[in-house]
Design a protein around this ligand. Structure first.
Ligand code: NAP
Length: 484
């Protein structure tokens, strides 16, 4: 059995607790992927102390050289791509092609932010005064805490670590306990790339024993969190007292609007991709389809036909399109929401059950599920399930569709399927979402553009793209007179 250690001050170390926890394959619960350190607040103190000690030398290093560590780590990760993809499928359950795609994305993120070492634009503007130049510089914040979820166990740690480091911050990463191996591999690659001791620290363990003391630690200058709305909101309450910078990426209830002019096959495929791939366990997954009445029946027919053909199973098997729920709790949540929807009067069109028999009995498999007759006041239309459950809603026209789409507290992503440019533009202008897609699923974003939501989905500055650096650096303004 592999036992993975924490990474503190450039060394792999066991937790002071002397305890470990299991990382279990959700497609085959007989398989323990590995053991990880069940760390405690003492480990957090050690990691923070190491990061603080490494800060000044790291921030004084030219940013281009900081970027080179990311380039080198990207190379190492690329050379291990097949192994890393397979490990991700084993620990998180997503299919192998999805896992390989995610590792590739983490590699691209390292390369992209490696390049930011030679950009990190600031600006100079004319002064009102003679012989004075005015410009801005960026300063790193110091030691930052990075808290990440299980559903993108490589890409999300990568898109926090890379901009944090290249901007000159030192970091303590606490990954999700359900999938800590993928981010371990990122840290391992940074270590092998020669990142100086203390610059990156990795501490595994529960939210209460590691996440909470880390975000509360007095040496932490910023917190970047991705996870559930409930944990994010509680974290914000605590952190805001200290007035440090905080960035929260949380839940969604993302709609896809399908207008009457849409190609119905294309629309059905777009909905299936957004709602069911990755088992619906994407913050950007589509959980509501808002469909114009005139095409509702024929589109639903196609949707059901295609959904019934989807292959659910162990993500390592070829041809499997949907893996398991990540653990017993998530499966329970999915099934509970299915019962709630039925009780509230939604009509179950397909799916709705845990899959059993043969290999299914060893994992947390669930049928992709579609409900019709859903109205805005139902919980299935308002609350994030985080599973392969799609709610169908009827709209009379575009105005009605946008009203329904916006009638939730979330605002992460939203999409529309239509060839009508005028109506598409109206949608873009009026939809309440940070990520807007047209003729594409709600999920599937790229690293070179800003990522984040509006309303209760997100708080703070954007991640990814050039804007990511804004969160991890502070602007200072310089007025310099070059005569006396
Ligand atoms: P979660 O339960 O909120 O956990 C997220 C992270 O926070 C984990 O590392 C968790 O540790 C840690 N944590 C738990 N309690 C904590 C505390 N008191 N203080 C500090 N950290 C604490 O979320 P999840 O179940 O991993 O992820 C699913 C959620 O993430 C969904 O709601 C999804 O929408 C959201 N998500 C959002 C985005 C986005 O960009 N908007 C992207 C991906 C996922 P443990 O694992 O040890 O509990």
């Amino acid at each position: 059995m592999n036992v993975f250690r924490n990474y503190i001050n450039g060394e792999w170390s066991e937790s002071r607790s002397g305890k470990t926890f299991e990382n279990i394959n959700p497609a085959n619960t007989d398989e323990i992927v590995a053991l990880f350190q069940a760390s405690n607040p003492d480990d957090v103190n050690d990691a923070c102390a190491a990061a603080v000690a490494a800060q000044s030398a790291w921030e004084e290093m030219p940013a281009t050289r900081r970027g080179e560590y990311l380039f080198k780590a990207a190379e190492l990760l690329e050379s291990r791509l097949p192994q890393l993809g397979e490990e991700m499928t084993r620990e998180e359950g997503k299919t192998l092609p999805e896992a390989l795609g995610e590792v590739k994305r983490a590699i691209n993120i390292f390369r992209y932010f490696g390049g930011e070492g030679s950009r990190q634009f600031t600006y100079q503007v004319p002064s009102e005064r003679e012989n004075v130049v005015c410009y801005t510089i960026r300063k790193p914040l110091g030691t930052v805490a990075l808290i990440t979820p299980w559903n993108f166990p490589s890409a999300i740690p990568a898109w926090k670590l890379a901009p944090a480091l290249v901007a000159g911050n030192t970091a303590v990463l606490k990954p999700a306990s359900l999938a800590p191996l993928s981010s371990y591999r990122l840290v391992e690659a940074l270590h092998e790339a020669g990142v100086p001791p203390g610059v990156v620290n990795y501490v595994t363990g529960s939210g209460s024993a590691v996440g909470d003391p880390l975000t509360s630690h007095r040496s932490i200058r910023a917190v970047s969190f991705t996870g559930s709305t409930s944990v994010g909101n509680a974290l914000y309450q605590k952190v805001s007292e200290r007035k440090i910078r905080v960035q929260l990426e949380m839940g969604g209830k993302n709609p896809t609007i399908v207008l009457s002019d849409a190609n119905l096959d294309y629309a059905a495929d777009t909905l299936i991709n957004g709602a069911f791939f990755s088992t619906g366990q994407k913050c950007t997954a589509c959980s509501r389809a808002v469909i114009e009445r005139s095409i509702f029946e024929p589109l639903v027919e196609k949707l059901i036909e295609k959904t019934r053909k989807l292959k659910v199973g162990n993500g390592l098997e070829q041809g499997v399109q949907i893996g398991p729920a990540v653990d017993a709790d998530q499966l329970k949540t999915d099934l509970e929401y299915i019962e709630i929807a039925k009780k509230e009067g939604a009509e179950l069109l397909c799916g709705g059950n845990r899959l059993t028999g043969a290999e299914y009995d060893k994992g947390y498999f669930i049928e992709p599920t579609i409900f019709s007759g859903v109205s805005s006041e139902m919980r299935i239309a308002q609350e994030e399930v985080f599973g392969p459950v799609l709610a169908l809603m009827v709209a009379e026209d575009l105005d009605d569709a946008v009203r329904i789409a916006n009638d939730v507290k979330f605002g992460l992503s939203a999409s529309i399927v239509s060839k009508d440019l005028t109506r598409v533009h109206r949608f873009i202008n009026r939809i309440e979402a940070g990520l807007i897609t047209v003729n594409l699923p709600t999920a599937g974003v790229e690293y070179q553009l800003p990522f984040g939501g509006t309303k209760e989905s997100s708080y703070g500055m954007r991640e990814q793209g050039p804007q990511a650096l804004d969160f991890y650096s502070e602007t200072r303004t310089v007025y310099l007179k070059y005569t006396q």
